[in-house]
Write a protein that binds this ligand. Structure first.
Ligand code: GDP
Ligand code: MG
Length: 163
């Protein structure tokens, strides 16, 4: 089986935007797979000649803050079971919130390679915002703008190194 990378994080941080940017023209591969719940969306990408599967754990879950923490934690558990690497996405425009800390703790304990993607860093002036999120304890911290495509290549390079 191809290696699988899971995208985790609470609602509205930009998981689906990242997923869509990564999968790009390969949306046709996204779809239902047998035995897989519809709340996770799978895709396949090629990077530097390698095929990798990615999963948006946000799937079709409504962006309802009331789903925190149960749903994101349930998704994170599944991700830890099935994925070879996990990318946790946070919103770099917000303060570091307790659900982020709890999710980070769960993911870092999971024994899989983990990466923190501080998203919505749309310009260099915002780079400092990422510093707050270092407290989450990830060794690998990348700043990205899923919307504008910044930092995505570096993120992929770092993730692929552990697959
Ligand atoms: P999800 O709930 O984690 O899947 O988040 P979405 O991908 O649906 O994004 C939530 C909102 O954040 C949307 O309005 C996106 O357009 C916005 N967003 C996502 N990535 C970025 C980014 O890099 N920069 C900015 N400024 N907004 C973003
Ligand atoms: Mg989503």
């Amino acid at each position: 089986a191809l290696p699988l990378v899971a995208i985790c994080g609470r609602p509205n941080v930009g998981k689906s935007t990242l997923f869509n940017r990564l999968t790009d023209s390969r949306r046709s591969i996204v779809g239902d797979e047998p035995g897989i719940t519809r709340d996770r969306i799978y895709g396949q990408i090629e990077w530097a000649g390698r095929d990798v599967r990615i999963v948006d754990t946000g799937g079709v879950v409504p962006d309802d803050e009331a789903l925190i923490p149960s749903e994101i934690f349930r998704q994170a558990q599944v991700a830890l079971e099935e994925a070879d690497a996990v990318v946790m996405v946070v919103d770099g425009r917000t303060e570091l919130a307790s659900p982020d800390m709890e999710l980070a703790r769960l993911l870092l304990r999971g024994g899989k390679p983990t990466f923190l993607a501080v998203n919505k860093i749309d310009n260099v002036e915002m780079q400092n915002a990422a510093q707050n999120f270092r407290r989450l304890g990830f060794r690998n911290v990348m700043t990205i703008s899923a919307e504008h495509g910044h930092g995505i290549g570096d993120l992929l390079d770092a993730v692929y190194e552990v697959l």
